[in-house]
Design a protein around this ligand. Structure first.
Ligand SMILES: Cc1cc2nc3c(=O)[nH]c(=O)nc-3n(C[C@H](O)[C@H](O)[C@H](O)COP(=O)(O)OP(=O)(O)OC[C@H]3O[C@@H](n4cnc5c(N)ncnc54)[C@H](O)[C@@H]3O)c2cc1C
Length: 418
């Protein structure tokens, strides 16, 4: 069975690795870029994703690329702590959480694909059409090459892992339009700074109108500094274009955060010392009624682009890839495998998308702001412990990573019958 994957971002190589683990070897990955360049900044893989990396046998390689955050803590604009929880193994999971540079992760995943499957990448191929996706004949993908010529690749199944601007999704939903803007703009960057708190804590400071997120991406170096990833976020007028690689000046963004310095953390200082600053609108897409169409399946952001609240982009893509391979290995037909994949993943992602639009677990920050805009001496004066715990636990259940259910769930490892 030939499976064509479109896109070599995160979902694409993970689908290839999952299919290989399940016994499928006739795989092609087509990517529009001429080379696999590791782009982006930090990304978090939650324990449910790291479990899949472990069962794919790639966790050691990817763990070496990042760090395991010990704690997640939320603060208001005055630097007062609202909520703090252990993460990963410290929270009772059998698997850690991993903070990693997306570019390094993308390169490593594609390298692992080459090691396990050989030369399956076809670069410089931009998907422009999918023809003849019928339940019996398979599909033909049409690609445009950089010289303007076209190439067709026919496969039994096409898996579209072509991201938030997915061409395959647009072909199926031509009236959908651009991604939907939340009104917030994100500025992402990395900086070498002196470690804050224990050197392994992910922090979120602010509220729904302005926020700063930071987490370490590497160990403390000999000179005492540590690489961190940060995201500065603010409600703004005017939608910036949804291009992941747009660079902007640091100073105007640092000025938005003037005064957000608390002794243990100097937010404007971090922004000013960043290596580069990438501007991106906080956008998502509405939930779809279906992700599979005869022999075509959407996966990752192509199926369910969400806001980054709660670190879902890479983690949900991982679950998609593993579920897809599991269903293909265990179903009695391609049609039933694709439907089972959709039934396993679409309802939970639809529910999660709705939660991320309500800011997900970060809702505690907005509640603290609404109830005590000038700050508090004790957070329990404004939000009870029970309410804080409920918000955190509800989100973990919805995102599929509550420790009780995750540790008990059966494995998605399966082998196709020969
Ligand atoms: C350049 C870039 C930087 C990013 N940076 C971050 C970040 O810093 N932090 C974060 O949390 N998330 C980032 N993301 C998003 C994150 O990778 C996704 O949310 C998540 O990992 C799901 O990945 P995906 O593989 O579904 O989509 P993506 O990671 O977006 O990958 C899609 C892939 O498909 C390719 N592609 C697109 N259209 C076509 C086409 N027509 N034909 C062929 N190939 C096509 C793209 O070049 C890309 O390689 C970034 C995405 C990109 C593309």
């Amino acid at each position: 069975m030939r499976i064509l994957i479109v896109g070599s971002g995160i979902a694409g190589p993970l689908t290839a690795l999952s299919l290989e683990r399940a016994g499928f070897t006739d795989i092609v990955i087509a990517e529009r870029n001429e080379e696999i360049r590791g782009l982006g900044v930090g990304i978090n893989l939650l324990p449910h994703a790291v479990r899949e990396f472990t069962e794919l046998g790639i966790a050691d390689r990817t763990a070496a690329l990042g760090v395991e955050p010990s704690t997640l803590s939320y603060y208001n604009r005055h630097g007062q702590r609202i909520w703090s929880e252990p993460r990963g193994r410290a929270a009772g999971y059998d698997w850690p959480q991993l903070s990693v540079h997306r570019g390094r992760l993308q390169v490593e995943l594609n390298e692992l694909v080459k090691e396990r499957l050989g030369g399956v990448h076809r670069l410089g191929r931009r998907l422009i059409d999918v023809q003849g996706s019928t339940a019996v004949q398979g599909s033909t993908a049409v690609f445009e090459l950089s010289d303007g010529s076209r190439e067709e690749i026919t496969a039994d199944i096409i898996v579209a892992a072509d991201g938030i601007h997915s061409a395959a999704r647009k072909l199926r939903f031509p009236g959908e339009g651009d991604p939907i803007w939340s009104g917030l703009t994100l500025w992402r960057g990395t900086a070498f700074v002196e470690p804050y708190l224990d050197g392994a804590t992910m922090i979120m400071v602010g509220d729904a109108d302005q926020k700063f997120v930071a987490y370490p991406l590497g160990p403390v170096r000999e000179n005492g500094t540590q690489l961190i990833n940060f995201i500065a976020e603010r409600r703004c007028e005017g939608l910036p274009g949804a291009d992941w690689n747009r660079q902007v000046e640091r100073e105007p963004i640092a000025e938005f955060f003037e005064g957000w310095s608390y002794g243990w953390l100097d937010i404007p200082g971090i922004i000013r010392s960043s290596e580069e600053l990438l501007e991106y609108p906080m956008v998502d897409r509405d939930a779809l009624p279906g992700w599979t169409f005869d022999r075509l399946a959407l996966i990752g952001d192509a199926a369910h682009a969400m806001y980054p609240n709660g670190s879902n982009g890479g983690s949900q893509a991982t679950l998609d890839a593993r579920t897809f391979a599991y269903r293909l290995a265990t179903a009695d037909s391609i049609a039933s495998a694709l439907k089972a994949y959709e039934q396993d993943r679409l309802p939970s992602c639809t529910a999660l998308l709705a939660l991320t639009r309500q800011t997900g677990p970060e809702r505690v920050m907005q509640l603290a702001y609404e109830r005590a805009p000038e700050g508090f001496s004790d957070v329990h004066e404004v939000i009870s412990q029970e309410e804080l715990e409920t918000i955190a636990a509800d989100y973990k259940r919805a995102a599929g990573f509550h420790p009780d259910s995750l540790n008990a769930r059966s494995s998605l490892n399966a082998r196709v019958a020969k």
